[in-house]
Write a protein that binds this ligand. Structure first.
Ligand code: ADP
Ligand code: MG
Length: 443
């Protein structure tokens, strides 16, 4: 085959594959010979050879045949196999060992406090961190802001690196994935990009909801994902919501994300918040041995700051810094002084009407049925939940609440509040619902 013919084939391939794929994959090929129906190419790495063969092999054969050559098969030779001295056409940096985004040293399993809302996510993370055969792929962790997704992912990465230093573990946010992808496209380094992402043993992508609506990034993510899963490599993903609920995410990606283990981190409950505070206090007490913390302060914070763990931690840090500055014991008074803005923000005024609306949406009943007279269980239970939340979250008296529930008597409200208090302790579904609703109302 003459060089002219090859040049024609190249331009046909460029038209067929598009400039990006062409410059990433076809340009690096160096045609060397064609004999007995076998076309031989020198390629910079085996990886490129394999990739081109799998993805573009048919097209190359097609266009060579169309140009009048008899081609049955393609052969790709990387430098170690090439007989002639390698002449890489493009100057390709070897892929640097890449650890992705930096890991926070503090985010380990040791510092992660386990409670009911996160025990499943924690157990799944532990299991993945043990390494060994891949049992569920991907592991998909989801939950609201500040509930410990990133913490758990870093913990897995730390643990894997310690147990199996030979594994290449890549952690990054979906935003960084996109950024790298775009940069690679622009700088014509798609090969490096693909090689990097397809050569890892464990890939962790944080906050994957970010790629919703970013079509070409999704496409690339999908291919990376499939290649790694096919190669039995572990993938760990986090998002702020369940796969099916991520906006503008392709269906095929949603379904891929769902085929491993999907676990959610529930909103924190009082006990977990208290546990986290206690563990942080242990750390601070070592740093500020002179500081005392009065009884009841942690309980007060765990009760009053229920938004997210990050806010809780920030409050505690501020409290310790403030107390050490003024050299005083951390009392309830000092806490209220020092954190008045945080407490106020957590204390956003909620109205009974908002509560009724949220609760009826949550249970999928009409607002009029919640307030109306019917006593069927489907309406009565949400009604009691709304009464309970109204009592807890507003300063309305029982008679005032009763009036807003279709003119019911204050004893009815009291009964409802009591009933939910009892159920909360017995029924974890109700306890979860209450926390969820409370959080939603505070946002
Ligand atoms: P997310 O990624 O879910 O938004 P992060 O993992 O960044 O949340 O957590 C926010 C902060 O709260 C971090 O400082 C993290 O260490 C802390 N945190 C969250 N959950 C826990 C937990 N169960 N135990 C200890 N710290 C936690
Ligand atoms: Mg995070």
């Amino acid at each position: 085959m003459t060089n002219d013919i090859w040049a024609n084939v190249l331009s046909a391939l460029k038209g067929a594959l598009g400039t990006n794929s062409y410059s990433s994959w076809i340009e690096p090929l160096e045609f060397t010979q064609l004999s007995d129906g076998v076309a031989v190419f020198d390629v910079p790495t085996n990886f490129i050879g394999n990739y081109v063969s799998q993805n573009f092999g048919d097209q190359i054969i097609y266009h060579m045949t169309k140009a009048g050559e008899d081609v049955q098969r393609l052969q790709f030779r990387a430098p170690s196999q090439a007989r002639a001295a390698p002449k890489p056409k493009i100057s390709k940096r070897p892929v640097e060992p890449d650890s992705g985004a930096p890991l926070d040293r503090r985010f380990t399993f040791d510092t992660f406090v386990v409670g009911k809302p996160n025990e499943l996510a924690h157990a799944a993370a532990r299991r993945v961190a043990e390494g060994g055969p891949v049992t569920f792929n991907p592991l998909f962790l989801y939950g609201g802001v500040g509930l410990g997704k990133t913490h758990l992912m870093h913990a897995i990465a730390h643990e894997l690196k310690e147990r199996s230093p030979e594994l290449s573990v890549l952690y990054l946010s979906a935003e960084q994935f996109m950024y790298r992808f775009i940069t690679a496209l622009r700088e014509r380094k798609m090969m490096d990009f693909k090689q990097l992402f397809r050569s890892v043993d464990v890939l962790m992508v944080d906050d994957v909801q970010f790629i919703g609506g970013k079509d070409s990034t999704q496409e690339e993510f999908f291919h990376t994902f499939n290649t790694l899963v096919d190669g039995q490599k572990q993938i760990i993903i986090s998002a702020d919501r369940a796969p099916g609920e991520i906006k503008d995410l392709e269906e095929r990606i949603k379904s891929r994300l769902q085929c491993g283990l999907v676990v959610d981190l529930h909103p924190t409950d009082y006990e977990l918040r208290l546990g986290i505070l206690q563990s942080k206090v242990d750390v601070y007490s070592a740093q500020y041995p002179e500081l005392e913390i009065a009884d009841g302060v942690l309980e007060f914070l765990a009760h009053r700051i229920s938004t997210n763990v990050r806010v809780l931690e920030g409050a505690l840090t501020r409290l310790f810094a403030f107390a050490s500055l003024v050299g005083r014991e951390i009392t309830l008074d000092l806490t209220q002084d020092c954190l008045s803005d945080v407490l106020k923000a957590s204390d956003r005024k909620v109205t009974v009407e908002e509560i009724q609306r949220k609760v009826s949406e949550h249970y999928n009943i009409r607002l009029s049925d919640m307030i109306g007279p019917r006593r069927v269980r489907n309406y009565a239970r949400p009604r009691q939940i709304a009464m309970y939340l109204a009592k807890q979250m507003t300063s309305r008296s029982l008679p005032e609440i009763g009036r807003r529930f279709g003119g019911r008597d204050h004893t009815t409200v009291m009964h409802g509040v009591k009933r939910i208090e009892e159920l909360k302790a017995l029924d974890s579904q109700i306890a979860d619902d209450l926390e969820l609703l409370r959080r939603a109302l505070q946002e």
